[in-house]
Every structure is written in C-alpha cells, then in structure tokens.
Design a protein. Structure first.
Length: 451
C-alpha cells in the first residue's frame, strides 16, 4: 500500500549510510594499504594508527613439533589455561575456562596477574603437573610492542579491559613475577602471541598456503607473514628465514578520521558512550562487542521516529545500552521464513510488546544491513592483504564467535573478497580450531625446536 511504501522510504533515509558501493570499499582498501605501509616504516610508524607490530614469530609450524606445553588465553570474554600435547599431527588438548570478574578487568594490573597466576597454580595442581618442566605459550590479545618472542609491552587496553599500571609494561615479566609468588611449578614463558597469530599458527600447522590470520570475535584484528625487507621497524636480525609475522592491529584503522566518510550517526553515538572514545573505530564497525549495539541504536531511532514498534513502552529493555547482544543478530538473521521464530524470541526477551510481523521484518532487515557492512569491511581488509602478498593461492585462518556463529558471515565475505581481489588470485577462508590454545602452544613448540 502507498502508506507502507512511505514507511519503507522513511526507514531507508535512516539506514542508507550502511549501504556502501564497491567503489567505496575499494577506497577503504587503498586507505588501509597506505596506513599499513606507514605503520611498517619506522619514520612514519609513530603517527600511524595501524601499528604493524613485528611479532618475532619467524617460522610457521612444519608438523614436527613435539612435547607438552602450557598455553594461556587472555583477550576477551574468557580466560583459559590449556595443557597441549603435541606429537606430529596428533594433538591432545585439555583446558579449563576461568571467569575474569568485571572488578578485575577494571582493577589493577597486580590484581589481574595474581588472579591469572592463581588459576594457573590451580590448573597445574589439578592436572598433576607440579614436578614437570613446562614451556608456556601466552596468547595475550591486546596491542603490544614486542621486543622479543617473550617480551611484550602493552600499548593500550581494548575490548573492555582497563587495568591500572600495565600500559608500557612487559606483560611476560608481570606474569612471571605473579607466577613466582603463586606456584612452585617450573613454568618458563617462552612466547607471547595474540589470538590472530595463534589462529594463523594453528591453521598453518596443516596448510602450507596459510599466511594470514583473522579474528572476528570480541575484537577484530589480522596478522600476516611479511618479508623483512618491507619491515622498516624490524630491529632483530636478518638471518634466514627473512620474514616475520606482522600483527597489524588494524582495529585502530580510522582513528585519525580517515574513515569518517563512511561512519554513520549510530557509529558516532556508540563511540561516544564506549570506554575508549575515538579509538578502535574500524573494530567498532565490525566486531562482536559492538554489532548488536549498533543494531540497537538503529532500532531505537526508528522507534522514536514512529517507524517501528508503534506504542512501545519507553521503559522497555530495548532502550538500555548494551542490552542487544550480537548473538541476537545471528539468531534474527537465521529466520529464513515469515514466521520469525527467533526474531520473536529475541523481542520477547527484550520485553517488546505488541510487535507486528512487519516490525519483525524491519528488525531482520536492520540486522542484515549492519552485519553485511561488517562482513564487507573485514573483506576489504583481507582483500588488501591478499593483493599485497600476491600469492596465487592463499588460505586465511579465521576464528572468533562472530565468524563462527553468524549464519551469513562466511558467505558474505567469500563473495565480497572475490569481488575485491586482483584477478587470478585464489583464496579460501578456513575456520581455525582452537587457535589461541593450540596456536600459542605451537609458537612455544617451534621456538623450542629452533633453540
Ligand atoms: P574472544 O574474541 O573474546 O576471544 P569470541 O570469539 O567468543 O571470544 O567472541 C566473543 C564475541 O562474539 C562477543 O562480543 C559476542 O558478542 C560475540 N558472539 C557470541 N556469540 C555470538 C553469535 N552466536 N553470533 C555472533 N556473535 C556472537
């Protein structure tokens, strides 16, 4: 009906900012490429937002790694301790997840590392490891400037963490000191990596074409294998192999304002109310910590404009910041028919009353717009790397709940990357299994093998 048409036309005017053309994504790619080059050059790194940290990981696994390793995974929702037994292609992993209370996430560094050391002490006791010598690989997924494989200074906290007194410190030393206090086990911290590097290592273990790792979880980040001659920042030796894994930290892309031409009013509002305003702007358009909130802000706006949920109660939970989880976006988009079973479940959970089928349709539409833009931006980043490396075949190791559980992310990315890469370059997106656990153990194992 004509009235409906105008409703949709009006809605369009509030969401058109999420629909970007291929040309726009190509513009994003060339900006990103330029920023990554600035990050790699020592002369320009200081003012580059994308830090392009060399990781000191120089070799990928070759399958001969052997032994028993501890791995830690800290960097988002959960903290895990793992015992990884490697023997050629067979891998055995035992792990336990521990909670990091909000109080500790926003407390002091000493409290954080004491808590971690307590968990490790308990884990080694429970697994009968007290007498054993244990090399440890630490997956620490925050931006760090590395000075060695096991020396990493925190540049800044992201993703909801803000522990006092850690920025600028070597997190391996902080962990080492906490461990000395808390356990008698003989633990040697051999390597520290972030989750993207762990993910890359884990998939590269069985796939020689894998040289890019991507995380789409609480945050968004990527790493890749770069030739030393392109790494102006490199301060280590130039011996064989003349390559090093670069942790891009591309979540900070846009922090200098270069992405303002694609950011919407919703992105700006989300940023204003975040704990790190003005920071991690690319990440805030892509990752699991933020997508749900962007959707919520759009729904809120459409509601106040009288275009959605007519007659809704202002006290409804939909109007609470942070109340719309990214997993809802996955659930809503899994509704393929007009019964909207999952959408209704979400709306019920948020205590939205008296919604219509038309409302459900609009909610699903908003979710697809926001998740598509996220998938396309991540694709632009990957296509930039694939083009830069120029290998005829490239496997990209991917991990993170957003990629894993969103029903369309994988396909959206596959199609968009196809559109954006240079003709002739083949690629595949491979879901990585337990990248942060297995990957950290593999880094430690490769380091021990090369000693
Ligand atoms: P992390 O990145 O913290 O190590 P995850 O990869 O599990 O851990 O990512 C957690 C993020 O994924 C959270 O921000 C959460 O909102 C999001 N998430 C969890 N479940 C889903 C889902 N089913 N669909 C989309 N996003 C999800």
């Amino acid at each position: 009906s004509p009235e409906q048409l105008t409703r949709y036309e009006k809605i369009e005017s509030f969401v058109k900012g999420f629909k970007l053309s291929s040309l726009t994504y190509k513009r994003v790619m060339s900006l990103l490429d330029e920023e990554m080059k600035n990050g790699l050059r020592s002369q320009t790194n200081t003012y580059a937002d994308i830090k392009m940290f060399p990781t000191f990981v120089r070799s990928l696994p070759n399958g001969s790694e052997k032994g028993q390793f501890l791995a830690l995974d800290l960097g988002g929702t959960n903290f895990r301790v793992l015992l990884v037994k490697l023997d050629g292609n067979s891998i055995d992993i035992q792990s336990k997840t521990y909670l990091i209370p909000q109080k500790i996430m926003l407390g002091t560094g000493a409290q954080l590392f004491d808590h971690i050391a307590d968990c490790i002490a308990k884990f080694t006791r429970d697994h009968g490891l007290l007498g054993e010598r244990l090399p440890l690989g630490f997956t620490f997924s925050f931006p760090c400037k590395q000075e060695g494989l096991n020396i990493a200074r925190l540049s800044k906290w992201t993703k909801g963490f803000r522990c006092e007194g850690v920025v600028g410190q070597d997190i391996c030393r902080l962990l080492h000191e906490a461990l000395k206090k808390k356990t008698s086990a003989e633990i040697e911290i051999v390597a520290v990596v972030n989750d993207a590097v762990g993910t890359l290592m884990s998939t590269a273990h069985g796939d020689n074409n894998c040289e890019i790792g991507l995380i789409l979880g609480t945050g968004c980040n990527a790493c890749y294998m770069e030739r030393l001659e392109n790494v102006g920042l490199w301060e280590g030796d130039y011996s064989y192999p003349e390559q090093v894994v670069i942790n891009t930290e591309w979540g900070a892309f846009g922090d200098n304002g270069c992405l303002d031409f694609i950011r919407t009013e919703y992105d700006r509002e989300l940023d204003t109310f975040s704990i790190n305003p003005g920071k991690q702007l690319m990440e805030k358009m892509i990752s699991g910590m933020y997508l749900g909130e962007i959707v919520r802000l759009v729904l809120e706006r459409l509601t106040t404009e009288g275009l959605l949920f007519r007659g809704i109660d202002r006290e409804c939970e939909l109007f609470e910041r942070g109340r719309f989880f990214t997993k809802y976006v996955s659930e809503i988009e899994s509704d393929r028919d007009e019964f909207f079973r999952s959408t209704k479940q979400v709306l019920d959970e948020l205590q939205v009353e008296n919604y219509t089928t038309e409302d459900c349709k609009i909610v699903r539409y908003i979710c697809t717009l926001v998740s598509s833009r996220a998938a396309f931006l991540a694709s632009s980043g990957l296509a930039t790397l694939i083009n830069k490396l120029g290998r005829p075949e490239m496997t990209i190791a991917v991990d993170g709940s957003l990629y894993r559980f969103h029903p369309r992310f994988h396909n959206l990315m596959r199609l968009k990357i196809q559109e954006l890469v240079k003709p002739g370059l083949k690629f595949s997106l491979a879901l990585s299994h337990d990248g942060s656990g297995k990957g950290a153990a593999l880094v430690a194992a490769v380091a021990m093998r090369l000693r």
